[in-house]
Design a binder for this molecule. Structure first.
Ligand SMILES: O=P(O)(O)OC[C@H]1O[C@H](OP(=O)(O)OP(=O)(O)O)[C@H](O)[C@@H]1O
Ligand code: HPA
Ligand SMILES: [Mg+2]
Length: 175
């Protein structure tokens, strides 16, 4: 790990802001939070706890990166939702939008299951890396086009446990 990009305090403050917006928007609807494993695990649990209004949770596991630092573009479902989301107010919870390939695929996949509404909240977004535009309602931080780790984000399954977002030294992944 090279350098801290976003501190734990900054993450916490941003989640407080996002939770307020989401509470206001979903004042008369209960959101079904759909966490995208594994990257979103920290964000999902902190966001759910900061929401004042009740929500329910489901998880889906997809993978498009494997141990690489660029998306293969091929999205695989590793674990599907446990229940039908028809008629539910789905809020997809993601850690990062990089190329946008994962979420654009997931949005289509979930929208085809007839939810009453579907929106996306992502903690991080890399505007300069986007290959497919994805309609995202809530964004925590826009960051530079560099590979980052921590707070759920991995490089070859490591660093997810860091409480902050850091930049990885390119020599670690041969960049
Ligand atoms: O916008 P994209 O370029 O598609 O990249 C974003 C996706 O890539 C990462 O998942 P990954 O496939 O690494 O699985 P993981 O969450 O288990 O690490 C990340 O958690 C997002 O889901
Ligand atoms: O910058 C990143 N770091 C970790 N995982 C990722 N998945 C997409 N982009 C990233
Ligand atoms: Mg990953």
């Amino acid at each position: 790990m090279d350098e801290v990009v976003i501190t734990a305090e900054q993450i916490n403050g941003k989640i407080t802001e996002l939770a307020k917006e989401i509470d206001a928007e979903y004042a008369d609807r209960e959101p079904l939070l759909v966490g995208v494993l594994k990257g979103a695990v920290m964000f999902m649990s902190d966001l759910a706890r900061q929401l004042e209004r009740p929500s329910t949770m489901e998880f889906m596991a997809v993978s498009s990166y494997g141990s690489a630092t660029t998306s293969s573009g091929v999205v695989r479902i590793l674990k599907d939702l446990d229940r039908d989301i028809a008629g539910q107010h789905v809020l997809i919870v993601e850690d990062i939008i990089d190329s946008g390939l994962t979420l654009s695929w997931l949005l289509k996949n979930l929208a085809a299951r007839h939810p009453a509404s579907i929106e996306i909240v992502t903690l991080l977004r890399k505007p300069d890396a986007v290959k497919v535009e994805v309609p995202v309602k809530y964004v925590g931080f826009d960051i530079a086009n560099e590979f980052v780790v921590g707070y759920g984000l991995d490089y070859a399954e490591r660093y997810r446990d860091l409480p902050y977002i850091g930049r990885l030294r390119p020599s670690v992944y041969g960049g």
